[in-house]
Design a protein around this ligand. Sequence first.
Ligand code: ATP
Length: 348
Amino acid sequence: MELLEVIDITKWFPGADHPAVDGVSFRVEPGEIFGLLGPSGCGKTTTLRMIAGFEKPDVGRVFLKEVDITYWVPEKRGTGFIFQDYALFPHLTVEKNIEFALKARTTPKQRSDITELQKLLELLELLELTGLSKRFPHELSGGQQQRVAIARALAAKPALLLMDEPFSNLDASLRETTRREIRSILKKANINAILVTHDQEEALSFCDRLAVMNRGRVEQIGTPEEVYLLPQTPFTAQFLGRSNMLKGTAHGESADTELGPIAITPPQMGDVLLSLRPEHLILGAERKSPQELESVVISKEFRGHDLTYRIRCNDRMYLVHTEYKHNFEVGQRVFVGVREPGVVLEYR
Ligand code: ATP
């Protein structure tokens, strides 16, 4: 049995010339952290708000544990919500903010779960909030307020926790640690969650599976590895990291392309559009195989863990990521090879 099933939901806002959400469907399995990833305005928040009950779809259905909750009020759904702006009660201390959520447990199952109180204390400790329990929200930093909001949402023991860009107000280093901690808490407490984010790295590292959204529609659903390594559409290939797009003529498991004959996946016949990640190309100062093509380094960018080169080969530009030890100069003649199969994309 899936925990959540969203079937073909569509939402038009008055006066808009296209739907904000356009026939979106996906399932969330028990224990799963699911992501909605896409650029600003693609309909992630509206989708989440229809699951929470703050918006009603014009078309489509939402099932939670096989019950149709499409038109239920938010309070009856057993879902928790974490907003970007935390929405803490300003007149209540950290402790009281969290206690409020404990008292608001709505279902009998939630109320009978006394051991959760114990878990909550552990949670406070884990989120490093124990020493701050008597403070008011305005006496906390952004990161601390965020952690209170998360503790409060978890205290309500939601059947499903809905999170809308919850880490976006934290600075880079705190964001990564908080993300890691929250993921481990959700997994330990076996809490299902949906994360809305426009940040690729965040979605890939936080979610078990995710839906990539574009213009109100789902482009692809899969594990982080699947959507990154096997993108199905040009949008997914380019939104998740960088990608070289290559046209070719396919003959089963290989294709003739501007970079010569290369392996492809999945097998295909005829005209194809292929995605090749920059790290799936390789550069060398000398030609190591007849397949490698002569190129010239146009620019070079140091990225800490690796180098990104822009090279020109047969009048076309390509991006290549290499380890730092492969150090070439701008203007240098190099040879480019392909070390992974090109991924066949769908034309739309
Ligand atoms: P962001 O990351 O910027 O929050 P998003 O992917 O979450 O973007 P939504 O907030 O769901 O996108 O918005 C989808 C579209 O619907 C946008 O074009 C937005 O302007 C529009 N929209 C959202 N809420 C309303 C509303 N209440 N009234 C009218 N239009 C709206």
